[in-house]
Design a protein. Sequence first.
Length: 164
Amino acid sequence: MKERRAAKIFLLGITLAVAGTVAAVAHDPKDWPVPAAFKKMKNPVPRSDAAVAAGKALYNDQCISCHGEAGKGDGPDAMMYEVHPADLSDAHMMGMMSDGEIFYKISEGRKPMPDFKKKLSDEQRWQLVHFVRTLAPKMQHAPAAKKPATKKAPASKDKSENRK
């Protein structure tokens, strides 16, 4: 009897692990298709301290509970979901997305993230894009290769000095 129960618990554990893996793969941020038109969109809201501050206020009101204060996807509600919120502080991931892609994802959402196209105006969502960009440090590009230093040939002495 105990062996049967242990086998059932083991199978349940394996099933949950497989289901979690499938869900995580299905919700991979890299696999969130964005229409080409959005990928090409530029943020029409000029970046300013006021726009970033407005975006921060929206983030604190709408996003912080899941994405966390620093955008790492570690907010107090994050653990409630099988699929964890994206790490918005990931410089590589954020560097790969255009402003239009971020705007699209905020607008359309994807379970468990709600869509915000009806909740927030276009301007508010673009302000949110400005703020979200502050959470990820800019990716540092590899320093340009230094050109090898060329040695200058020593100045030749005047022949008259050599005769002295």
